[in-house]
Design a protein around this ligand. Structure first.
Ligand code: ATP
Length: 241
């Protein structure tokens, strides 16, 4: 069974139709990289999955359930969300940022939350010494890692990532790419990852979703889209001018 299924999903802002008629099934455990020109609707599509954007019409199923009939708070607990610039709570320590969702889930089981925090800070490759610092006392790359740790700390089945490595230097970006690949291999979390960078999309994705004006230009493996680009846009994207 697919973990996410779109059926004629439509989204507009006012009269501006961004996603006209979206149909796709994403299998559990995929690492989907979502790429397309600026303004084509990548962020809009991502936010439809966790209910941050409501649908005009159509249906999205997450783990077989129609999200429009679900409690959105419950839904989002199972869907991690990591955004560019980390999106950390500035007034909370690193520890409290990562513990935020586990605390909600574990209620007063402090030992369980502490174990989750220690596990995830380690998984994203950060030192335990950073736990008591505040976000503005970290480098951009460290903040980004904490953001990823926070989004994973509730052990979600799905992780939505919106250009999570956009704001860091090349070396850190490369390290974070390796880190997220490893996390995906180890946890089998289903990831939907927005990027502007075709090399990043090809490197990380088990499937690449090329979006063009809110519609699927192509959905396939890196090999497939490189060997058989579906149209001139995909061709240009993967092979340059
Ligand atoms: N809240 C909003 N109200 C009105 N229009 C919006 C809103 N959010 C996005 N848009 C518009 O919808 C279109 C798609 O935006 P979206 O952010 O999904 O694109 P994107 O592919 O993620 O772009 P980028 O790569 O630049 O981040 C754009 O034209 C944008 O201006």
């Amino acid at each position: 069974m697919s973990i996410i299924k779109f059926e004629h999903a439509k989204k507009s802002y006012g009269d501006n139709v961004i996603i006209p008629d979206f149909n796709l099934e994403i299998d559990k455990g995929e690492f989907v990289t979502l790429i397309g020109t600026s303004g084509c609707g990548k962020t809009t599509l991502l936010k439809m999955i966790n209910g941050l954007n409501s649908l005009d019409s159509g249906t999205i199923y997450v783990e077989g359930k129609d999200i429009q009939k679900e409690n959105l708070i419950e839904l989002r607990r199972n869907i991690g969300y990591a955004i560019q610039g980390s999106g950390l709570f500035p007034h909370m320590s690193v520890k409290d940022n990562i513990a935020y969702v586990p605390n909600l889930l574990n209620k007063r089981n402090k030992a369980k939350t502490k174990a989750a925090v220690e596990k995830w800070i380690h998984v994203v490759g950060l030192d335990q010494d950073l736990l008591d610092r505040y976000p503005d006392e970290l480098s951009g790359g460290q903040q980004q890692r904490v953001g990823i740790a926070r989004s994973l700390a509730a052990s979600p089945d799905i992780l939505l990532m919106d250009e999570p490595f956009g704001a860091v230097d090349e070396i850190t970006r490369h390290q974070l790419q390796e880190e997220i690949k490893r996390i995906h291999d180890e946890t089998n979390v289903t990831i939907i990852f927005v990027t502007h960078d075709i090399q990043e999309a090809l490197k990380l994705g088990t499937k690449i979703l090329v979006l063009e004006s809110g519609e699927i230009a192509q959905y396939g493996t890196a090999e497939e889209i490189q060997a058989n680009p579906a149209n001139a846009y995909v061709e240009k994207l993967v092979h340059g001018e």
